[in-house]
Design a protein around this ligand. Structure first.
Ligand SMILES: Nc1nc2c(c(=O)[nH]1)N[C@H]1C(S)=C(S)[C@@H](COP(=O)(O)OP(=O)(O)OC[C@H]3O[C@@H](n4cnc5c(N)ncnc54)[C@H](O)[C@@H]3O)O[C@H]1N2
Ligand code: MOO
Length: 397
């Protein structure tokens, strides 16, 4: 057990060794949702660019207001018009979004105004700044609004459009190669023979990679031989920025991934103190980062979520952030403590407590589908009812 690398140390090691693997390109903003920004965006103007009205109403100078005083309407300002300075002692009819005229410093909403012939009376004393959205309230000119490495969201597209931005410099999508191994595996659609099972990790890994915004450039299935594994790895190094594999990383005679890596590249780490997912391997093959995920489907899922996702994020130019988590009290007592960090598949009950799925085998995938996230139980810790543990919802990965 002492040869296993601690969970946090393994995360640090992968973070430290990874770097951006993709080039930059400039694309129209409207097509950029989900892409990774390659340069900070600095606001070239303030938003809003001028003080403007938050309400339909009347703009006045606060000091002109007196109880019962009738105001003459000296101008009408609709959104998009350039106002004249306010004639002292008068009011301006103004509409939502219209610029505030020089000399006015408050807007009274029309519901609080009384028309009296051609004039208007305001019953309540206004406060300076009422119903005015000041210049730069949203964004100040010169402010950094998005940092390089952030994933562009629909909100960013709106914000950048408000700044007049039409194009952004982003990273090209990361080309990810996927290798599955195992003579027992056949693709869905074929008839199962004795001893065979369907390949589920290949399609799951493809989906995880696509969901994260990367490009699956090549999927290969290798037979359980050293030669076939090496041939597949050579092909993938030629066409991919990063390679992920599933299976063949444990100690059995049929496990050839680690052996192939040792012959073709450099192995940085093997075996981590986590459950599930212990025999994870991290290597470099002719400059291409490689992560070999254990073949048990839940081990593949957990090691993808924690390690592959991080590696792909950094290689694609993204800021490497730990998935969102919060503390949740356990609604159960766990088994005895083990010397590995454990990621239990759990759901949050109506009482707000975390409940472990009854099936925690690393070979079981339905349990993950029926759960909401991971409860992180640190090495040498026993889960106790009512004690708090970090809960990582699947939606944060
Ligand atoms: N003597 C030991 N045996 C094992 C150890 C150990 O320390 N000593 N570790 C166990 C642990 S923990 C894990 S996890 C597995 C990982 O083994 P591999 O990564 O070498 O994976 P395989 O042996 O190839 O497969 C394991 C399991 O998963 C199924 N599998 C593999 N690929 C797929 C796929 N694409 N789709 C669906 N299912 C897949 C495979 O059929 C096996 O049942 O090793 C333990 N053994
Ligand atoms: O480390 Mo393995 O994934 O427990 O079965």
């Amino acid at each position: 057990m002492s040869t296993l690398l601690a969970f946090e140390d393994a995360l640090e090691e992968i973070k430290r060794s990874a770097s951006v693997r993709v080039e930059q390109q400039t694309i129209p903003l409207i097509t950029a949702v989900g892409r990774i920004l390659a340069m900070d965006v600095i606001a070239g103007l303030s938003v809003p660019p001028h003080d403007n009205s938050a309400m339909d109403g009347y703009a006045i100078a606060c000091t002109d207001w007196q109880t019962g005083k009738p105001f003459t309407v000296s101008q009408r300002i609709a959104a998009g018009q350039h106002p004249q300075p306010l004639t002292p002692g008068t009011c301006a009819r103004i509409f939502t979004g219209a610029n505030i005229p020089n000399g006015a410093n408050t807007v009274i909403m029309q519901e609080n105004a009384q028309l009296s012939g051609e004039k208007v009376v305001f019953n309540e004393p206004p406060e300076q700044g009422d119903n005015i959205r000041p210049k730069g309230q949203d964004v100040q000119k010169g402010q950094t609004v998005i940092n390089a490495g952030e994933k562009i969201t629909p909100m960013h597209i709106g914000l950048l459009s408000s700044l007049g931005v039409t194009d952004v410099t982003v990273y090209k999508p990361l080309k990810v190669g996927i290798l599955t191994t195992g003579d027992e595996l056949i693709p869905a659609g074929e008839n199962l023979k004795a001893g065979q099972i369907y390949n589920s990790n290949g399609p799951m890994l493809s989906a995880l990679v696509i969901q994260a915004g990367h490009h699956v450039s090549h999927c290969i299935h290798a037979a359980d031989t050293l030669e076939d594994t090496k041939a597949a790895l050579k092909t993938l190094t030629q066409s991919c920025d990063v390679i992920l594999s599933s299976g063949g990383v444990s100690v059995g005679e049929e496990d050839h991934v680690k052996g192939a890596l040792e012959q073709l590249g450099k192995v940085h780490l093997w075996k981590i103190a986590i459950k599930p997912g212990k025999p994870l391997v991290h290597a470099t093959l002719q400059g291409v980062p490689f992560l070999g995920l254990p073949g048990n489907p839940s081990s593949t899922l957990v090691t993808y979520h924690w390690f592959a996702r991080l590696l792909l994020a950094i290689c694609s130019g993204q800021i490497a952030e730990r998935p969102q988590s919060y503390l949740v009290d356990a609604g159960f007592n766990g088994g005895k403590a083990i010397q590995r960090d454990e990621f239990l598949r759990v759901s949050i009950g109506k009482d707000g407590l975390a409940y472990a799925h009854s099936q925690q085998s690393s070979g079981a995938l339905l349990a993950a589908c029926e759960s909401q996230g991971y409860l992180h139980v640190k090495a040498n810790t026993q889960v106790e009812y009512g004690c708090a543990y970090s809960f990582y919802p699947f939606s944060g990965f």
